[in-house]
Design a protein around this ligand. Structure first.
Ligand code: KG4
Ligand code: ZN
Length: 340
């Protein structure tokens, strides 16, 4: 059997990434993160697309070299079609078309959200068989999305619940911004939370029907709480940073876990997984581990490299589509808003 080498390209937000997988096994995964946005406290779309333009060729070149391959060894090219920032997506899409055309190989469009879930299927070695079995429930938590998905097959996922406003990652980032902690806020809050008391402060939790999430109320409650305390003590945030982060993180995790537990009970699944940038959170990982143990469920937590945006997840999704000959035509355009 000929080897199937998929080159994946990810450029939906502020990470330029390229990866090569061979028959589902990771060969390289190069990520170039854009530090330029830190000083603005969030991603500046115009700067992101310019940085992608500068990074994409060296990143792809390194991914192919790290894999020990030549461009002519690549069987197909998978790229992120959306959702994401249109300017950023355009850079990846245009590069992907050019590469596929010049090498005369199939072009495969990938949904970024589906790819976050399928990151669990990237193999570390040919013998690696530690992958979830269908159906499983996946908690997809990133900067743009918070969803509970029933994964029935590689390319068949049903949305059980979704956020009606902010995503979990946004809640981390926006609350960190209120505290002036820097960007992206998630990892900073995670770090400080490890030194704080999660029971120190209480914040409002949403009362939403069914399996949906809402995080905008928490952000507002956090803002008003700090405003009131700052009236009494100008240094309140500085003096209570660790406790604030620990309490905020616990509230976000409580909200995520309550609905996830409800969905596990309703669907009766035996295997669960977590994906997306927020799945890097140590508090969420610990809570899921404890939960899976108590409920006797098999839990899949991605390697850190596959939590935030990366092209390995795009390449593996590309492989599943390649196996179905699900290819894209060259008149394809990126899409900023896209569901599963
Ligand atoms: O999946 P991702 O890289 O991009 C999107 O597709 O949105 O997720 C980025 C999000 C950001 O909101 C970031 O703050 C959050 O993931 N994040 C974390 C942690 N690491 C990244 N949130 C909480 N704890 C972390 N350790
Ligand atoms: Zn993402």
């Amino acid at each position: 059997m000929n080897d199937i080498n998929i080159l994946g390209i990810e450029s939906s937000c502020d990470d330029t990434s390229a990866a090569v997988i061979q028959n589902g096994v990771i060969k390289s995964n190069v990520v170039s993160s854009q530090a330029v946005h830190e000083q603005y406290g969030g991603v500046v779309p115009e700067l992101a697309s310019r940085a992608h333009q500068q990074n994409i060729i060296p990143v792809v070149d390194k991914a192919i070299k790290d894999a020990g391959m030549e461009p002519s060894d690549i069987s197909a090219l998978a790229f992120t079609k959306g959702p994401g920032l249109l300017g950023s997506l355009l850079v990846g899409t245009s590069f992907a078309k050019g590469f596929a055309l010049s090498m005369d190989i199939p072009l495969i469009e990938v949904n970024h959200l589906q790819a976050h879930v399928l990151a669990h299927f990237v193999k570390e070695s040919p013998a690696d068989d530690n992958q979830p079995k269908f159906p499983f429930l996946c908690l997809l938590v990133s900067g743009g999305h918070s969803q509970i998905l029933l994964v029935k097959d590689h390319l068949e996922m049903e949305i059980i619940g979704t956020t009606i406003d902010d995503a979990a990652g946004e809640a981390f980032d926006k609350c960190a911004k209120i505290m002036n902690l820097g960007y992206p806020g998630g990892p900073i809050v995670d770090n400080l939370a490890q030194k704080g008391n999660p029971e120190a402060f209480k914040f409002n939790k949403p009362k939403i029907e069914n399996f949906d999430y809402s995080f905008s109320g928490l952000k507002t409650s956090f803002l008003y709480f700090l405003r009131d305390r700052m009236k009494e003590n100008q240094n309140f945030i500085e003096e209570n940073k660790e406790d604030l982060c620990a309490s905020l993180q616990k509230t976000i995790i409580d909200i995520l876990m309550t609905k996830f537990h409800k969905a596990v009970k309703q669907t009766g699944v035996k295997e669960i997984a977590v994906a997306g940038g927020v799945s890097a959170n140590s508090g969420l990982r610990n809570r899921l581990e404890e939960y899976a143990k108590n409920e006797k469920l098999k839990l899949f937590i991605p390697k850190f490299a596959y939590t935030t945006d990366n092209a390995a997840m795009i390449a593996i999704t590309g492989l599943f589509k390649y196996q179905k000959s699900d290819f894209s035509s060259h008149d394809i355009t990126p899409q900023a808003r896209m569901s599963l």
